[in-house]
Design a protein around this ligand. Structure first.
Ligand SMILES: NC(=O)c1ccc[n+]([C@@H]2O[C@H](COP(=O)([O-])OP(=O)(O)OC[C@H]3O[C@@H](n4cnc5c(N)ncnc54)[C@H](O)[C@@H]3O)[C@@H](O)[C@H]2O)c1
Length: 266
């Protein structure tokens, strides 16, 4: 229960889904948390704070859009003022719309995807890395299996999630001399609202009027080597915990895949 004792973690997109799960998992192991999300997610962030505090850890919440560098810097400053220098930075905030074939993607959706999923990660690193503790730390960039293999109908998402791998490799080289490690986490299908929302479920089951979770189980399970339809956020948080902790102290520039075998399925 103390793999993160005395550490401070800065997490974007921490109001919901995997971001919240990462905050809770790191707090369970002793970390204090700076939880960042959109101003519109204030109530979600309050719940994340409640969960972290319930575990006996400290939490600072900050409202910032990862597309806004000044807001991210303010979030970092607020976190450091209360909790001290950062040990872990998790660039997790992301968006995924599924508009169809690449040539039909609307300009606005393309740019939103690249702005949040790629530039937002760069903004997060730029704001947070200078506030990391002397002596090193861990940056984890959340990509996706869409950063490894093609996803039909999501060229914008796949492009952004592939691009962050290049960003991570470069950052790993630039920050290695400071003992700051930078690794990529590739989740597969996870049972958050990004996957289990009415629009995505309707796309997965075009034959049904209002498909339920149960209706998409066979479609999603068919993508996997292991016979499960999706992962729980906590399954991904356990891998994140490893990359964030000193247990992975000589791992940098690498990619960790948690996908029930999605990328290996024949
Ligand atoms: N759910 C999946 O199946 C899946 C699979 C692979 C990768 N991912 C990636 O994992 C990460 C987390 O996904 P999730 O499933 O928890 O999604 P989610 O939609 O449940 O949560 C995403 C969080 O990010 C926040 N966010 C969105 N845009 C933001 C912005 N501009 N600035 C700050 N915060 C913002 C949202 O408010 C939300 O709280 C994302 O990067 C996503 O692309 C998800």
């Amino acid at each position: 229960m103390s793999r993160m004792a005395g550490k401070v973690a800065f997490i974007t997109g921490a109001g919901n889904g995997m971001g919240r799960s990462h905050a809770v998992r790191l707090a369970e192991e002793g970390a204090d948390v700076v939880a960042v999300d959109l101003p519109s997610a204030a109530a979600d962030l309050d719940e994340t704070r409640r969960l972290v505090v319930e575990l006996g850890r400290r939490a600072v919440v900050a409202h910032a859009d990862v597309r806004d560098p000044a807001a991210l810097r303010a979030a970092v400053d607020a976190g450091v003022a209360e909790l001290g220098p950062l040990d872990v930075v998790v660039a997790n905030a992301g968006v995924c719309d599924n508009p169809g074939p690449a040539w039909t993607i609307d300009d606005e959706i393309w740019h939103r995807s690249l702005d949040v999923n790629l530039t937002g990660v760069w903004n997060t690193a730029t704001a947070a890395v200078p506030a990391m503790r002397d002596g090193g730390g861990s940056v984890v960039i959340v990509s996706s299996t869409a950063g490894i293999k093609a996803v039909a109908g999501a060229a914008h998402y796949s492009a952004s999630k592939t691009a962050v791998v290049g960003l991570a490799r470069t950052l790993a080289n630039e920050l290695g001399p400071e003992f700051i490690r930078v690794n990529v986490l590739h989740p597969g299908a996870v049972g958050t609202r990004m996957t289990l929302n009415p629009e995505t479920m309707a796309r997965l089951r075009p034959d049904l009027e209002n498909p339920s979770r149960d209706d998409v189980v066979p479609v999603l399970a068919a993508n996997h080597v292991l016979p499960v339809p999706w992962l729980d956020a906590r399954d991904v948080s356990n891998a994140l915990l490893f990359l964030a902790s000193d247990e992975s102290r000589y791992m940098t520039g690498t990619q960790l895949v948690v996908d029930a075998g999605l990328t290996q399925k024949v």
